[in-house]
Ligand binder design. Structure first.
Ligand SMILES: [Cu+2]
Length: 105
């Protein structure tokens, strides 16, 4: 059993090696009813990871409605950016909470 677990861990490690073309992950905090940083630049295929450090739920909602991520208090919400462009986004619960994601090709 222990041997199987080790083999599985090794296999997963290989999948995550730098040889994979998978994108990187950009972290954004939701803290004090604000996104931090407010603006990030990533590439198509990268993952955005919003970490909600507040005690209320937030969303990351593109103003053009192309994506919408709900993040409960103390939780993370992730999304892979699949299209290039400049996306202004807000929290649906706190419309003054704004951010911008620039996705380069
Ligand atoms: Cu909010």
């Amino acid at each position: 059993m222990r041997r199987l677990t080790i083999l599985a861990a090794v296999a997963l490690g290989m999948l995550g090696s730098p040889a994979s073309p998978a994108g990187t992950t950009q972290s954004i905090l939701m803290t004090g009813i604000a996104f931090a940083p407010k603006q990030v630049t990533v590439h198509v295929g990268d993952t955005l990871d919003w970490a909600n450090q507040d005690i209320v739920a937030h969303t990351a909602t593109a103003k053009d409605k192309s994506w919408d991520v709900n993040v409960l208090p103390g939780k993370n919400g992730r999304m892979v950016m699949k299209a290039a462009g400049t996306f202004d986004y807000i929290c649906r619960y706190h419309p003054n909470m704004t951010g911008e994601v620039i996705v380069e090709p």
